[in-house]
Design a protein around this ligand. Structure first.
Ligand code: 5GP
Length: 199
């Protein structure tokens, strides 16, 4: 059976990363979401084991000590980390593992797994991103400025990614991401087993 590959998807808040990935998983069963662990509190509607594995700081630190996390970071005062088990379970089923992680985690994954494919989702423009954050209606003006500044810092890392997708039209962005997955699956470097059959 073909072994899956590692994909990383990053985007600043407000770029539609969650919506794009939800649509993607409706349209393909060849890839699965590698559920991360975090110490932040669950938001309304979030389910333990589905959106995140919600852990206490002690539990998280124990997992670090036992080397059960591939990478982790502290983001806004909370730990976030990729669990080796989440990734391995998917790869062993022959599925691609999708990590939805921030830029520093992405850089660490690329260092540890040079074959990992990194995808960065961009907004159509800074103006559109700001408007999207405002239209959510859930944030104060200070928070919007903070998130926009954070987004500018994150976009600086986009130069290190393999693919850039602009989320202007949702369905087009999902098509683009599916195209990236498909092209990456066909790369010769991921298919040496296939060539062996023709020796
Ligand atoms: P949120 O709290 O909004 O769910 O996530 C905050 C940020 O942490 C997002 O950019 C998200 O992609 C990132 N994140 C989620 N899980 C992980 C992880 O396992 N590792 C790293 N490095 N970042 C993560």
């Amino acid at each position: 059976m073909r072994k899956g590959s590692l994909f990383v998807v990053s985007a600043p808040a407000g770029c539609g990363k969650d919506t794009i990935l939800n649509e993607l998983f409706k349209r393909t069963d060849k890839a699965g979401y590698a559920v991360s662990a975090t110490t932040r509190a669950p938001r309304e509607g979030e389910v333990n084991g589905v959106h995140y594995h919600f852990l206490t700081r002690e539990e998280f630190e124990r997992k670090i000590a036992k080397k059960e996390v591939l990478e982790y970071t502290e983001y806004c005062g909370n730990y976030y980390g990729t669990l080796s088990k989440s990734v391995n379970d998917l790869l062993e089923q022959g599925k691609d593992a999708v990590l939805k992680i921030e830029v520093e985690g992405a850089m660490n994954i690329k260092k540890a797994f040079p074959k990992a494919c990194l995808v960065f989702i961009l907004p159509p423009s800074w103006e559109v991103l700001e408007k999207r954050l405002r239209d959510r209606g859930t944030e104060t003006e200070d928070k919007i400025v903070e998130r926009t500044n954070q987004a500018r810092r994150e976009v600086e890392f986009a130069a290190n990614y393999d693919y850039l997708i602009v989320n202007d039209d949702l369905s087009e962005a999902v098509d683009d991401l599916l195209a990236v997955f498909r092209a990456e699956r066909l790369r010769r470097v991921r298919n040496d087993e296939l060539l062996k059959r023709f020796k």
